[in-house]
Design a protein around this ligand. Structure first.
Ligand SMILES: [Zn+2]
Length: 609
């Protein structure tokens, strides 16, 4: 045991006694000490424990689900059947899902990634069933798994540009089918898939862009085997068998994690989404094998990513991670419209920050989730039944929201999974109570010490500063509700049954409230939405985004307006989701990302003196 542990144990004893006294304790102390006291990770809640009532979140879930339910089974199976020479009736979905043996990779057009999203769609359907168990969704999952099982053959992987990617998504779909739909055949189909896929996979994590199959063109080097470990470890944890733990270890991308663990920016120049997704494999290596090196790699990777993120929380312009302290992200505001691969990036980001939050209890991972959610994915254009998909969020000075030109890209696979996960991102559990991470109108149900509880949150946050909660309890009980107080929420306050708590509430902490809770208890959280300016980077302090709480306020403008810092900070709220900034040349309308339709907007402004 090193000295830092001794110190943290002592602090932990102090915090525990503060908790026992029912006091809110300073957040920095709490998160630091609880994390290093090596407590088990916070538990995820079950999908079915949370009902989301927020219109925006609900719409995205219902809308993606209805698109998936509307896809014909034959269309979904078509590329699997074609690639192994089976009869393949039914309509071709087209776009990236389409199989063309003579595909020209230079176009990135139709035929780029046949069947790649199938496993993600099965996963999203299974998660939706866990949220809202309707029999049609279950039937669809069971049917798709059985039809897929008749197509398992080596040629699918031989003819595939992305064998490890497809295998990874199929594993995810099958373990989710097992867990959330109770598909009794899921693990048998998984084992068969694994038996057939393994001889065609590289056997280890291979660098993006490195050839490993003879006689294949460059596009066959873009597979993502360095992301496979996460779902393999999850398969092991969910009882699919010891072989998946062994395989998970085998596919760990230590060439990437080892320098990250030493604090080196091993991310620079690498493909963005897949290498952030790969950090989830590092987190699973920590959670499954207890490997501290992998935890350090993921933590450092997150910090390197955060330092090169846009104010929106997005990252990786043109799908590349960047050197630290370079001008490249700033330059992308003028030279790129491909600022952030939104659905895939958000999916990886939410998983990574969920793991990090559970392990460290550090609220800044929750702050990061919230920021990314409101300023990117929640404002994505809806997935369409014909495969039109929102892909890049555009943070250019002259930006628009557009669909990707090709249908059914990778992001059509992750978007339904993101939409299903909002509930499990919002709440976490430990034996002493509940962590409230995201303030989304919703209800959490749980049992504790034999009693049943529900916590319902309401309000117009983050457009208004107040969040209201009501607790229902089958009997009074003592436990802790921990509220995430974002780093920007100076002057935050908590009131219980109309009485403001006298203890200070620290911003940048989880504020614990321990008491004897009873049915009908009302809690009100006030998170003052002070305005602030965030520069794109330290070298360009005049290029700023305006934020109100977690929201970036986007100027709706065709030209770069002349504006000062003072004018921006004096932005007035003129409607529920509508702000205005007065300048010498008139007023500029400012909207949150979720309220922008087809208007041209900017994300950053260059301020004068
Ligand atoms: Zn994507």
């Amino acid at each position: 045991m090193d000295s830092s542990h001794i110190i943290s144990r002592r602090k932990f004893v102090q915090s525990a006694s503060l908790l026992a006294a029912g006091l809110a304790m300073p957040g920095a102390l709490q998160s630091e000490t609880l994390a290093s006291a090596q407590q088990p990770p916070l538990a995820e809640v079950d999908y079915g424990d949370v009902t989301i009532t927020s219109e925006l979140h609900k719409q995205q879930l219902d809308q993606t689900h209805s698109v998936l339910m509307g896809l014909s089974d034959d269309s979904l199976l078509k590329p699997f059947r074609q690639m192994i020479g089976q009869p393949a009736p039914g309509d071709d979905l087209g776009g990236w899902y389409h199989y063309d043996p003579n595909y020209d990779w230079h176009t990135f057009g139709a035929g780029f990634a046949p069947a790649c999203t199938f496993g993600q769609w099965v996963s999203a359907l299974a998660r939706k069933y866990a949220i809202n168990p309707d029999p049609q969704t279950r039937d669809k999952v069971l049917r798709l798994n059985r039809l897929y099982a008749t197509t398992i053959a080596g040629d699918f992987y031989v003819n595939n540009r992305f064998p490890a990617y497809c295998y990874d998504k199929l594993v995810c779909g099958l373990i989710d089918s097992h867990k959330f739909v109770g598909d009794p055949d899921a693990y048998r189909i998984l084992d068969h898939t694994t038996d057939v896929a393994l001889p065609q996979l590289p056997g280890r994590a291979i660098e993006h862009g490195k050839p490993w199959r003879a006689g294949k063109d460059e596009s066959y080097t873009w597979d993502e085997s360095y992301t496979n470990a996460e779902n393999l470890f999850l398969a092991y944890q969910r009882g699919a068998g010891e072989r998946y733990r062994t395989l998970g270890k085998q596919y760990l991308a230590d060439f990437y994690y080892a320098p990250l663990a030493e604090g080196k920016n091993a991310m620079a120049g690498r493909h963005a989404y897949s290498h952030v997704n790969s950090l989830c494999s590092a987190m699973q290596a920590y959670m499954t094998l207890g490997s501290e090196m992998h935890l350090r790699a993921a933590k450092n990777g997150f910090d390197i990513l955060a330092a090169q993120s846009f104010a929106t929380g997005g990252w990786g312009p043109d799908e590349l991670l960047r050197p630290s302290d370079s001008d490249e992200v700033n330059d992308s505001l003028s030279n790129s419209h491909s600022s952030f691969e939104t659905p895939c990036g958000a999916y990886a980001h939410f998983k990574l920050t969920r793991y990090l939050l559970r392990v460290t209890r550090d609220p800044r991972y929750g702050d990061s989730m919230e920021r990314l959610m409101y300023n990117t994915i929640l404002g994505a254009k809806p997935l369409q039944p014909d495969g039109k998909t929102f892909y890049y969020a555009d943070f250019n000075f002259q930006a628009k929201k557009v669909y990707r030109d090709v249908t059914w890209p990778c992001c059509s696979g992750t978007m339904p999974q993101v939409a299903a996960d909002y509930g499990i991102n919002s709440y976490f559990r430990d034996p002493r109570g509940v962590y409230i991470n995201l303030y989304i109108p919703s209800t959490l149900r749980w049992t504790q010490d034999g009693a049943e509880f529900s916590l319902t949150q309401k309000g117009a946050y983050p457009f208004e500063s107040l969040v209201q909660f009501e607790l229902i309890a089958s009997r009074p009980s003592e436990f802790v509700l921990n509220f995430r107080i974002p780093f920007w929420a100076e002057g935050a306050a908590i009131s219980i049954n109309g009485k403001r708590m006298s203890e200070p509430v620290s911003h940048g902490s989880f504020a614990p409230v321990r008491r004897q809770w009873k049915s009908g208890d009302q809690i009100e959280l006030d998170l003052p939405l002070a305005k602030r300016l965030e520069p794109i980077d330290a070298k360009h302090p005049k290029t700023v985004a305006l934020l109100s709480g977690p929201l970036v306020l986007f100027p709706i403008t065709d030209s770069q307006p002349l504006v000062t810092r003072e004018q921006l900070l004096a932005a007035k709220k003129i409607g529920q989701q509508n702000w205005s900034v007065d300048t010498a040349k008139g007023a500029i309308r400012m909207l949150p990302f979720t309220a922008i339709q087809d208007e041209q907007y900017s994300t950053y402004m260059i301020t004068g003196t």
